[in-house]
Design a protein around this ligand. Structure first.
Ligand code: S3P
Length: 504
């Protein structure tokens, strides 16, 4: 039988899981790091110190080649194994590669006790962890499955690994896949976003199994994660009398596959008689669909059945706005001024769009993107976000990730998808000096060019804790100077003309 291969960052729990799995399955436990130490007759930290990382990676490559030539093992790898393409190829050829993920804080907590990780023996290990994680993220994506272990008990992680193996053995890959098969993006930006939502949130896979719940959910229903994770959402929290209705709703939700609303009574350990109104949105990740449920408690329960709502197009629109409001609210907790900033950017962008007669549909999309353009800042560490001094090159690299995170969120939530090109490009500069891609001129979507002008103008004319706002005249002068550099000259002329005429 194929190997089971655990990859993942230091402190993600690979060794514990691999050992438990080997014990439970009767397969042989093999650790790449142990084999390296045996071969070199030295501790890893001594190899790093005496021979350096490059040498270590060469030995690591040889060991991976050897272990992946055999079958029927549980292979525990070092965090850097993924960096070598050939390693991943070999491991995938003879094994199922499962990546364990965790966010920076979790990894920091789990690794701070031990001094045996040479890469983390630096003045600021937390910073190092963040940088390495960021850099390695695409490499970890090459695994077959991903499990975010942040905040999870090892028993749950083990359960999930076993689920994966079971599903694979039963050849169920096409259906009912868990979140763990997703990209590692669930690792921290999404986690933070969902935790920040002030209502109970659960993510359910297309077989109705719960793959994520936020803390609000656990407190609202007095549940422990173990009570609900990997179980059917219906059996978990719905009173028996309403389950039949709930299954019907579940079916309807899958058939419709768009934003959806329903009400239902809830019972869970210690709580009953709560009546919850759920807003459900499908989340598409590659070919897999999940459903995100956001629940609000209803004051006036009508009866004890579960009821779905058929939404008219007007109600659907209102539900979209409601969902966006919830996400916006959750995302705006990064910097205190972001909410106000985004609202003003939206006004400026919409005025410029109107002036140049952008179509109604595109203007609406631009307004949504303007509101959400900075939501990805939630994925940036606060010490960087609030740093008053100039950012170092690495810190700036992380800061720049915010346009990417924002776009990732829009990628998951289908009714926001068309805002992706606007959000991801809002820091591109007209002369090609921006990020993430360094796109130039007309290659930057028009709406993103509009957003960038509105964004800069807003930033210049608002106070920040580290500087006072510029006067309108100063802001105009600065923007005149940026014409053709940061911002589109033609659009800027039109915009500044409006400013001079006192439109805002
Ligand atoms: C490394 C992780 C370590 C070990 C070496 C390098 C890395 O293994 O291989 O220190 O580059 O991430 P663990 O992930 O088991 O700590």
């Amino acid at each position: 039988m194929k190997n089971i291969v655990l990859v993942g960052f230091m402190g993600s729990g690979k060794t514990e899981i691999a050992k438990a799995l080997a014990h439970d399955t009767g397969k042989e436990y093999v650790s790449v790091d142990n084999l390296i130490e045996i071969r070199e007759d030295k501790l890893i930290s001594d190899i790093f110190r005496d021979e350096g990382e490059e040498y270590f990676r060469t030995v690591e490559r040889e060991v991976v080649k050897e272990v992946s030539a055999k079958l029927d093992q549980v292979i525990d790898t070092g965090g850097g194994v993924v960096l070598n393409r050939q390693n991943m190829k070999d491991l995938r050829r003879t094994g199922v590669v499962i990546c364990l993920w965790a966010d920076v804080d979790a990894i920091y907590d789990r690794t701070k006790e031990y001094a045996h990780r040479p890469l983390l023996e630096v003045d600021d290990p937390r910073k190092m962890i963040r940088e390495l994680l960021e850099y390695r993220r695409p490499y970890y994506k090459k695994a077959n499955y991903h499990i975010d272990t942040t905040g999870l008990d090892l028993t749950i992680v083990l359960d999930r690994v076993k689920n994966i193996m079971r599903n694979r053995l039963e050849g169920r890959q096409g259906r009912g896949r868990g979140l763990e098969e997703n990209t590692v993006l669930w690792g921290y930006f999404s986690e933070r976003l969902l935790q920040n939502i002030k209502y109970p949130v659960m993510l359910v896979d297309n077989e109705g199994q719960v793959v994520f719940v936020n803390k609000k959910y656990l407190t609202a229903f007095s549940l422990l994660e173990n009570d609900i994770m990997n179980r059917s959402w219906i059996n978990g929290i719905i009173p028996e009398s309403a389950r039949g209705d709930a299954w019907k709703i579940n079916k309807e939700m899958k058939r419709k596959n768009r934003l959806f609303k329903f009400d239902m009574p809830v019972v869970a350990s210690g709580v009953s008689g709560k009546y919850i109104s759920w807003l459900v949105v499908p989340i598409k990740e590659e070919k897999t669909v999940f459903y995100m449920f956001v629940g609000r408690e209803k004051e006036d329960p009508v009866d004890s059945s579960a009821k779905s709502h058929t939404l008219s197009s007007k109600e659907l629109h209102a539900a979209h706005l409601e969902m966006m409001g919830i996400l916006f609210d959750a995302g705006m907790r990064s910097e205190p001024w972001v909410a106000e900033h985004s609202a003003r950017v939206k006004t400026f962008a919409a005025s410029l769009a109107k002036k140049i007669k952008l179509s109604k549909v595109k203007t609406e999309r631009l307004k949504v993107a303007a509101l959400l353009h900075d939501i990805g800042k939630l994925g940036v560490e606060e010490s960087i976000l609030f740093k008053k001094e100039q950012l170092t090159k690495n810190e700036f690299r992380q800061m720049k990730m915010h346009s990417y995170w924002g776009a990732e969120m829009a990628r998951l939530i289908y009714f926001l998808r068309k805002t992706i090109p606007i959000i991801v490009n809002h820091h591109e500069n007209f002369d090609g000096s921006g990020y993430p891609k360094g796109r130039k001129g007309w290659r930057i979507p028009l709406e993103a060019r509009i957003l960038s002008i509105a964004d800069i103008y807003e930033a210049l004319t608002a106070d920040r804790p580290y500087r006072e706002k510029f006067s309108i005249d100063e802001a105009v002068a600065i923007m005149e100077n940026e014409k053709g550099h940061k911002i589109d000259p033609r659009l800027t002329d039109i915009f500044l003309d409006m400013v001079r005429k006192g439109v805002f």
